[in-house]
Design a binder for this molecule. Sequence first.
Ligand SMILES: [Zn+2]
Length: 516
Amino acid sequence: MTKIVIYDTTLRDGAQTEGVLFSSEDKLDVLKALDDFGVDFVEGGWPGSNPSDDEFFAKAESLELRTAKLVAFGSTRRYGVEPKDDPNLRALADSGAEWCCIFGKSWDFQVEEALRIGLDENLDMVQDSVRFLVDSGKHVIFDAEHFFDGYKSNPKYAINVLKAAEMGGADWLVLCDTNGGSLPAEVSSAVEDALLTVDVPLGIHAHNDSDMATANSLAAVESGCQMVQCTVNGMGERCGNANMCTVLPNLAYKMGVETSEMDLTKLTALSRNIGEIVNVLPRPDMPYVGESAFTHKGGMHISAVTKDTRTYEHIDPAAVGNTRKILVSEMAGKASIIEKLKGLGLECGDDTPDITKKIKEMESKGYQFEGADASFELLVKRLRGELEPRFTVEGFKILIDNRLGDMDTEASIKVLDSEGVLEQTAADGNGPVNALDKALRKSLIRFFPEIDDMKLTDYKVRTLDEKSATAAGVRVLIRSTDGKHSWTTVGVSENVVEASLIALVDAIEYKLMIGE
Ligand SMILES: [Zn+2]
């Protein structure tokens, strides 16, 4: 069986995602992560089009890449210009990248309406642009833009465009579903037809506008394409591109296709790492790598999964480096607590009924440990006497003053450390919770310098429904990170500030428990 080549375009198509902006340093980090992971090609962007891409290509030259070949992207020459006089093609020829990818039009409608040139003139542009790069010593990948729409409108012409790039000397011809509107059966038949005419290996580049990008990529592979162009987390313009994090495990685990040496147990880490770099966290419900991809909630499902994971899991989460999560909710009983303890690496002892009883009691007050693993773990350790409080909050006061028009908030707090030393501090903040958080840390940092690298990344408040909780009030969820780990804690009270303080104290206790 032929090996399937993975071509990443996170740095080019992915850079088109709304809200994403790569600095040249970000791009280097992404390139290194992809190379570490083992992809075959990384498309770096357009040399000559903007200073950040130029800087990136200049810096990337000095990197020793392990597996990835860096690709410079551009387009065929403009109409009426010799390839050697086209600034875009020149920039590609002059770039340090050995591989270039250029796109050209393959839809007759686009040639006649958007370019407003003759169909044969477009064929010449494709062929001589590829030829120019090949003569400049480059390996060339040709992206046939709008190939599938072109094939529907004028199949003969779309295939002639491929033929032109092949005659120009292209190493690969990539069929693009640029508008993302095709369906798998259409992709299959167009690929099969193209294979009858051209001898160069084919690739697929699918956009996700019909939520079919991954399905179309798999269909194309099944029909004979040997390269898949995709992005990490499916990033890309509009609805995104084919998602490497679903394409790869489907190819490897479902279709038994061979790819280059990539350790798929690092796939979840790759997805999250790229998410951190671009500051867009992967969707929790993303198949294979999302936080919820192997999360079980319903009580009956949980007892079945406990007996045999195959009952509600299509693959072992470890195969993609993800983990199983069991949500503790009122729906679940002892079985889910046992799974949860196991999931957190905690012992399941004779005290499980006591823990279950305690959780039920807290739930009746409005607690929910579903998204708050850190508070759950602290609770279990406190019940077992394995965790002594490292500090106690003796009291606090909050002052909000708007006499001068601004809302000034000041919190003062009294904290007793485990040796009984009292520390009293005050801090300003942009609201009561922020001021309290700052005052608390200020008082503790002297005893526990390790909390310095900790910060809050999310803060959620829910008003509790009186029916489900005996004491009406609020539940606060706080997510914290120290750059290496992130964890969520929960607090419940009739008062939002007190609920926040409970969650803040847990967040710090958790950090002190896990250490550096
Ligand atoms: Zn694209």
